[in-house]
Design a protein around this ligand. Structure first.
Ligand code: FES
Ligand SMILES: [Fe+2]
Length: 344
């Protein structure tokens, strides 16, 4: 693919791991936003994500660093760093170095995922990472669902925004996901950093049906460019989280999670119900993989040749996406001009 003209350093919440991948005492090396980072879990269970290099002489804390209670100890000379990235102990001196600090990232753990806040301007989070249960406000919790099923694909040549643009791209469903008819969007709300998209969709029946008669659909909440959560209605009860995190200037890691609802009443054969749910989850993951196949070879089209029925949705989402590019690299001047024209 071509390197996207969009910045690979957008602002927002981005997934860097799943919670169960980092146990108490673990130190995990990772690279995101072109930075070497470490994530480590203190004895209390609290997780810290920070840049990887020790401020003393530059050892990489992911290679031999050890968790000591609530701090991380460097393997080179034993300096200890706390959860705010402050030096709290130099073992061969009376006092720590109070001046130097390792950059740490705001972290939240929810829905079994670890999200960090990334902002090249160093601003505090200005929106919340979405919660696949709480944010739909219907009282459902993880206990109403079977265990999360997952997909992880690393270092794909794609940009998080490609995934979000699926949220206005009604035409692709028929071709990529083989839906019998084109879905219909019923809500596009791109006013705030957390945006909302609803659509009516069916995977059943033939192409003779009318979308007005379809009784199923999807609600999506996009928490910036990094995380989108969805909830289905009128079909097998499923919820998904897609999370795309830039690794460097041209690649991203993709994580996708599916929850399938447990039966509301007692079923005669719980094992069979669970196997069916797992099968359905695998099918949802397969559908998402079909998107990935396109995205990971796509070239960002800027400005795109939109059909008139696509203009409104794409214009709205691309304008919304600009909120997350503090470096101004949210598309070319031509794209901006086209968007302005489309909006006037
Ligand atoms: S480089 Fe980390 S303690 Fe010296
Ligand atoms: Fe799709």
């Amino acid at each position: 693919m071509a390197k996207p003209p969009l910045s690979m350093k957008p602002t927002g919440w981005f997934q860097v791991a799943w919670s169960d991948e980092i146990a108490v005492g673990d130190v995990r090396t990772m690279k995101y936003f072109d930075q070497e980072m470490v994530a480590w879990r203190a004895e209390s269970g609290r997780l810290t994500v920070m840049n990887a290099y020790c401020e003393h002489l530059g050892a990489h804390l992911g290679f031999g660093g050890t968790v000591k209670g609530e701090v991380l100890q460097c393997p080179f000379h034993g300096w200890q760093w706390n959860q705010q990235g402050r030096n709290v102990c130099i073992p061969y001196e009376d006092r720590p170095n109070r001046g130097r600090r390792i950059t740490t990232y705001p972290v939240v753990e929810r829905n079994e995922s670890i999200y960090i806040w990334h902002d090249i301007l160093g601003r505090e989070p200005f929106f919340e990472a979405p919660d696949i249960f709480a944010d739909f406000g219907d009282g459902k919790t993880a206990a109403d669902y079977y265990p999360q099923q997952r997909l992880f694909r690393d270092s794909l040549e794609m940009h998080p925004q490609y995934v979000l643009e699926n949220g206005v791209d009604f035409a692709h469903f028929k071709y990529v996901h083989n839906t019998p008819i084109v879905p219909k969007f019923t809500r596009h709300d791109f006013d705030d950093p957390v945006s909302y998209v609803d659509f009516t969709i069916t995977f059943e029946g033939d192409d003779g049906q009318r979308i007005e008669d379809v009784g199923s659909g999807v609600e999506a909440i996009n928490g910036g460019l990094g995380i989108a959560v969805t909830k289905s209605w009128g079909m097998v009860d499923n919820r998904t989280i897609s999370a795309i995190t830039p690794v460097d200037e041209s690649t991203s890691d993709v994580r996708f999670m599916v929850y399938i609802g447990r039966p509301e009443r007692d079923v005669r054969d719980p094992a069979r119900a669970e196997a069916k749910a797992a099968e359905f989850g695998a099918e949802v993951i397969r559908q998402f993989s079909q998107d990935i196949h396109i995205w990971s070879h796509q070239r960002y089209s800027d400005p795109p040749a939109l059909a008139s029925s696509e203009l409104e949705g794409f214009t709205a989402i691309r304008k919304w996406a600009m909120k997350f590019y503090p470096d101004g690299k949210g598309g070319s001047a031509a794209d901006l001009a086209a968007r302005r024209e489309a909006m006037s």
